[in-house]
Design a binder for this molecule. Structure first.
Ligand code: SIN
Length: 541
């Protein structure tokens, strides 16, 4: 790596401008920390703005009769198929009401009913109506608007158009800063004792995804290279209802929120038969993994590449009012969602696993923190409960800022010195993005087998070339390659079907051998991701 052309200094560098990153930056600023937010795009280019459904939370003054945080926790565990961590679930759902109240005080406006009480909707896996929404089906956009406005008001320093290249560490392996590249590939160095990765997900590993273009697994690769472990990576959630616009559709596809089914919409196949009847007691509102797998089976049985989501019972006026985003996105594809069934198919949506982290965002590496979709706190297990992700981003975003402030009190900031800067890798193994997306879509979607996983791994190995990390695109491609290898290792290891991980060669859930998480780290000898036993995290309860 050529020497940095500029240097800056902060107490905390936050990589990413989604709900977790912005919440952390605002909280850290209020605690007196010098914060610098780094994002490869513009502010708010991540997945947060695309979240339609809402925030799952049980507010003391606005909940359905009989709903409780314990019931929310039970639904979370049921969706997570045995792999949620009880402590993480309990703490995140319990902290939820406070963080949502603070978000409202920050300026976020949630929808209310005619009685002025907060409106609540329902999505897959929820046993009752407990999801707050904004703008009908534009909750993420409203949350992001409020957080960005607060960040502007409070003058949070933000470096847009800068790609995080590598976490720099001292010879003692503690975080010392972050190397970045600007849009013209000029390298820069930010000295900081704390780096928070809040970079979002990995949907761009697949040909079709609901995720933003920048969801290329960057934070997972950064954390792996810095020495952190990734857990539960094999559990990639496929959203059941992503708008189907033809077999050749690639890249980010419009989401059709689960709340459409929450308001009574039903899935039918191309012959007009219900998809979810007899599959699960919650039928169309079964947890997402169950619905996506059922749709995949029905598409195979009917030799069709999509099914249909029929919400015409709402009537045109009500549909347009309740789901303006879905209505507009469908209209852009020539579909009148208010009057005709919507063609949909499952697509990659959410990484249930990620950087092994506590609810306070601490990872295995001193000074490295993770929050939001990139982190694996134990909340989601093998399948995330709908609308738990904005909640997790808000809770962990706030708590990680407090954890950084606490940790920095015991630790003198270490500036990166000549010993740690030049040793950084200048090249990484990179496979063409099209090849990665083709192999992942073919072999690592809903329905995986040892043969398919091995074939994908062999193709990636054969197609891998060393490439200098001298542009944002190269950094993304290297991240996609490394994340794909890590996911393949985790997927091959788990020889059972559980949650989002559907093995055609091991169709049963094996609670004796596999009711535990897998963790992937970089193998020191090969430099490749490999499965390891997890180690206890500092500060984990
Ligand atoms: C949706 O609205 O269906 C997506 C929300 C989520 O992923 O939690």
């Amino acid at each position: 790596m050529s020497d940095p052309r500029w240097e800056a200094r902060a107490d905390l560098v936050v990589v990413g401008t989604g709900v977790a990153g912005l919440t952390a930056a605002l909280t850290a600023g209020s605690l007196g920390l010098r914060v610098l937010v780094v994002t490869k795009g513009g502010p708010g280019d991540g997945n947060t703005r695309h979240a339609q459904g809402g925030v799952a939370v049980v507010l003391p003054a606005a909940h359905e009769p009989g709903d409780t945080v314990q019931r929310h926790a039970r639904d979370t565990h049921a969706a997570g198929a045995g792999l949620c961590e009880a402590d993480a679930v309990e703490r995140i759902v319990t902290y939820g009401p406070d963080v949502v109240e603070r978000l409202r005080r920050t300026g976020a406006r949630f929808d209310t009913g005619e009685d002025g009480v907060l409106a609540r909707t329902r999505e897959g896996g929820h046993s009752t109506f407990r999801i707050l929404r904004a703008g009908g089906d534009a909750t993420g956009a409203e949350v992001e608007r409020a957080l960005l406005a607060a960040a502007r008001d409070r003058r949070v320093a933000m470096l847009t158009g800068h790609t995080a290249l590598d976490v720099l560490r001292t010879p003692e392996k503690e975080v010392a800063g972050l190397a970045v590249l600007d849009e013209t590939a000029v390298p820069g160095l930010i000295s900081a004792p704390a780096v928070l990765v809040a970079t979002g997900g990995l949907g761009q590993l697949y040909r079709a995804t609901s995720n933003a273009e920048g969801a290329t697994g960057d934070g997972l690769a950064l954390a792996l290279r810095a020495g952190a472990g990734l857990s539960d990576l094999e559990f990639v959630q496929f959203h059941p209802t992503v708008l189907f616009t033809g077999p050749g559709a690639r890249g980010r596809r419009p989401l059709v929120t689960e709340a459409v089914r929450g308001e009574g919409g039903v899935l039918v196949d191309v012959r007009g038969e219900r998809v979810m009847t007899g599959v699960h007691p919650l039928a169309d509102l079964a947890p997402r993994d169950v619905v996506s797998a059922a749709i995949t089976r029905r598409m195979a049985a009917t030799e069709a590449d999509h099914v249909l989501l029929d919400a015409t019972h709402l009537g045109p006026e009500a549909f347009r009012r309740r789901f303006p985003t879905v209505h507009a996105m469908c209209a852009a594809e020539g579909i009148d969602a208010a009057r005709e069934p919507i063609p949909v198919a499952p697509a990659a949506h959410f990484a249930c696993g990620g950087v092994l982290a506590t609810v306070e965002g601490r990872t295995e590496v001193r000074g490295l923190y993770a929050a939001g979709e990139v982190a694996r706190t134990g909340l989601h297990g093998a399948n995330r409960l709908a609308s738990n992700s904005l909640l997790e981003g808000l809770v962990v975003g706030e708590r990680v800022a407090r954890a950084v402030a606490d940790d920095l009190r015991d630790r003198a900031p270490a500036a990166p010195d000549a010993a740690c800067w030049p040793d950084r890798p200048v090249t990484a193994a990179v496979v063409e993005r099209d090849v990665v997306q083709r192999e992942m879509s073919r072999h690592v979607g809903i329905g995986r087998s040892a043969d398919g996983l091995a074939e994908a791994a062999a193709t990636l190995t054969a197609g891998s070339r060393p490439r200098p990390l001298d542009s944002a695109r190269a950094v993304e491609d290297a991240a996609l390659t490394m994340t794909a290898s890590a996911l393949l290792a985790a997927g091959a290891e788990r020889r059972e079907t559980r949650g989002c991980h559907v093995r055609t060669d091991f169709p049963d859930t094996d609670d004796i051998a596999w009711c535990r998480s897998t963790t992937v780290r970089l193998d020191e000898a090969t430099g490749q991701p490999a499965v390891h036993r997890p180690v206890p995290l500092r500060g984990a309860a």
